[in-house]
Design a binder for this molecule. Structure first.
Ligand code: NAG
Ligand code: NAG
Ligand code: NAG
Length: 638
């Protein structure tokens, strides 16, 4: 296959290094235009995303074993800065955030790791992975040529690289990490912001290179990645992607296995046949690294989901949210991986020769001295095709690719799913099962209550809550003097403008109405007639943040909460602009302050039980306990 000078130099270095005993297990990772090269071997690498905080450490060994059984070589994960540095300089690397443990589990399974440090990760993750405190560092502007930002992101990136080196986790140290990533899908942002974006890209690439991890860095969706960094493709199809230099391999870092679920949105679905086709097309066009985003999507635990992202991050992935194989996707892709591995010797040593076999049919043939692999494709979406190839005929279903690892035998066709569909069924618990329910009602606070603070005008929610809670109360009194009348005898109209994400309006302790934003349009307007009486009326607005934004140009400047205008229309003195009134504020709910969701907190409040359990009452906490009887019931079921 003819090694270039650079490869020879690397291998020489490897031999020198490995002449000492200690580094006998160390490998050299480099690349050329065909593939990533590990220990002198070009490799076709099949990778899958599993994000460690989206499952529990108890699940990791099984998830990774199933990924290995499914034919993967590499596990890809982001690093989640806001989970690791909840307040400046205070680090957390335990439990679901035990990054080192996760990587070691992958290593024990004998797989490689692609570590996407970011530290911007997008990922439908709260604030794209940035800690909320970062926004409040003086002078901070995210992801551009800004000194406070560069200093902070460099410090975190260095910390992660140092940890990995100390634990000897890079491949060159005998560890499993073969690739790292800096930044994430920055190309589109750079395109929007221009010169400072270009300067930042250059800086970030040099900064990363300076950390000397010994393994290649990549940048995804970054067409102008500097020469020292591999630019890669993210998308549903990537077969036409070309790296920006002749000496970089064609890599696909995010091949979407499905899509995430947003609040109010449908649960997405991508057929196994379509994803298999997209992978086959990428490989037949010379691709050598593909990553499934996600291989296991998992769960957005706690409050880690990004703006309007659902708790489930199942992603229609080959492993479902609970870590069970999703059939037929899991097994159909497993068979694909097996046949790609059979083709590997031909794929890494030859470039494809493409010939037409018909109107919409092609052959891609990889032929070297000792090996031959062929991909026969039919791009007609409605009709099957019979093609002649190498003296034999092959039947290709519509919109499919057949793979012939010896250029003769069809081992696999992307549209021929040979696995039966899932035998796993979710079972509804019978409604007569004796669960024991309890309820606890939130108090609706009033202006000037204990625990509130006051200010003229409306305040931005996150600047006050710092995202410690999703809930923030805006409170004021509306006083109707006895001589005031409601025009036309109708109730007055209350209109509230909010930057998002949801709003519950209480008048004199009663829910008057609710308004929601959405992922496409987080802003909302509440506009409804409300019942007021003469004297003091208590207005309480509960503003709810549904996660913080995770993507968009300078999303750190986007606001949350009731920012106005707030008006009351139809009282005889005209329209009242309440925007500049004095408002009282309260952070969070009482139940949160008491931690009623924990065992300890739960015992501090009185729960209504039995027939007293609140039904259809706004702002109620519920708890449920399995009674002995229901546990016996479960037992019988199993
Ligand atoms: C698919 O094949 C059918 C039958 O040969 C043909 O009529 C049709 O035009 C083809 N469609 C495309 C998009 O080529
Ligand atoms: C108000 O809160 C303070 C501090 O939490 C507490 O000491 C005080 O007893 C509270 N007052 C009332 C009237 O609840
Ligand atoms: C790069 C790429 O392929 N992006 C696509 C991702 O998926 C969305 C939704 O289908 C498309 O609109 C993008 O073009």
């Amino acid at each position: 296959m003819g090694l270039n000078f650079r490869e020879k130099a690397w291998i020489l270095l490897g031999i020198l290094c490995c002449s000492s005993l200690i580094c006998s297990v160390k490998a050299i990772v480099t690349y050329d235009r065909k593939a990533v090269i590990i220990n002198g071997q070009r490799r076709i690498l099949l990778s899958g995303s599993i994000h460690y905080p989206r499952s529990t450490p108890e699940m990791w060994p099984d998830l990774i074993q199933k990924a290995k059984d499914g034919g993967l070589d590499v596990i890809q994960t982001y690093v989640f800065w806001n989970g690791h540095e909840p307040s400046p300089g205070q680090y957390y690397f335990e439990d679901r955030y035990d990054l080192v443990k996760f990587i070691k589990v992958v290593q024990q399974a004998g797989l490689y790791v692609h570590l996407r440090i970011g530290p911007y990760v997008c990922a439908e993750w709260n604030f794209g992975g940035f800690p909320v405190w970062l926004k409040y560092v003086p002078g901070m502007v995210f992801r551009t040529d800004n000194e406070p930002f560069k200093a902070a992101m460099q410090k975190f990136t260095e910390k992660i690289v140092r940890m990995m080196k100390e634990e000897k986790l890079f491949e060159t140290q005998g560890g499993p990490i073969i690739l790292s990533q800096i930044e994430n899908e920055y190309g589109p942002i750079e395109w929007e912001i221009g010169a400072p974006g270009k300067a930042y890209t250059k800086w970030v690439a040099e900064m990363a290179q300076g950390l000397s991890t010994g393994v290649p860095w990549i940048m995804c969706k970054q067409d102008d990645a500097p020469n020292s960094i591999i630019n890669t493709c993210n998308g549903f199809y990537c077969e036409n992607f070309k790296p920006n230099s002749d000496n970089k391999p064609k890599m696909w870092t995010e091949n979407w296995t499905g899509w995430f679920t947003e609040f109010g949105g449908a649960v997405p679905y991508r057929p196994a046949e379509d994803i298999a086709l997209s992978v086959a097309r990428f490989i037949q066009n010379g691709g050598s690294f593909i990553n499934y985003y996600m291989y296991h999507g998992g769960t957005n635990f706690d409050r880690t989901a990004g703006e309007f992202i659902a708790t489930s991050y199942d992603y229609d992935a080959p492993l479902d949210e609970y870590g069970l194989p999703r059939e037929p996707k899991y097994s159909h892709l497993k068979r694909l991986h097996k046949v790609i591995k059979l083709c590997e010797p031909a794929l890494v040593s030859a470039d494809p020769t493409v010939t037409s076999l018909g109107d919409k049919q092609e052959a891609h043939v990889f032929k070297s001295k000792s090996s031959c692999a062929a991909f026969l494709s039919n791009y007609n979406t409605s009709s099957a095709a019979r093609v002649l190839f190498g003296g034999s005929t092959y039947d290709l279903p519509p919109w499919s690719v057949s793979i012939l690892p010896d250029c003769k035998t069809e081992y696999y066709n992307t549209a021929k799913v040979q696995v039966r569909t899932s035998s796993i069924h979710m079972k509804m618990v019978p409604t007569n099962t004796p669960f024991s329910w309890g309820s606890y009602n939130e108090e609706i606070p009033s202006a000037n209550d204990n625990g509130t603070f006051s200010q003229d005008g409306l305040v931005e929610q996150i600047s006050i809550t710092r995202d410690k809670t999703d809930y923030f109360w805006y409170l004021t009194d509306i006083t109707i003097s006895p001589d005031e009348k409601f025009l036309t005898g109708e109730d007055p109209l209350l209109t509230i403008g909010s930057a998002g994400h949801a709003l519950h309006v209480f008048v004199n302790g009663q829910l008057a109405g609710t308004a929601y934003g959405s992922l496409e349009k987080p802003k909302l307007t509440f506009s409804q007639k409300i019942k007021l009486h003469a004297g003091v009326n208590k207005l309480a607005l509960l503003s709810t943040a549904a996660g913080l934004p995770n993507v968009g140009v300078h999303y750190e400047t986007w606001n949350t909460g009731v920012l106005g205008p707030v008006t009351l229309n139809g009282v005889n003195s005209g329209t009242w602009d309440m925007t500049k009134w004095k408002w009282s504020y309260k952070i969070g709910t009482k139940g949160e302050a008491l931690s009623v969701h924990t065992l300890a907190g739960s015992s501090t409040v009185e729960w209504k039980e039995g027939s007293l359990v609140a039904k259809k009452q706004p702002l109620t906490w519920y708890k449920v306990r399995e009674t002995e009887e229901s546990m016996n019931h479960d037992h019988q079921q199993s």
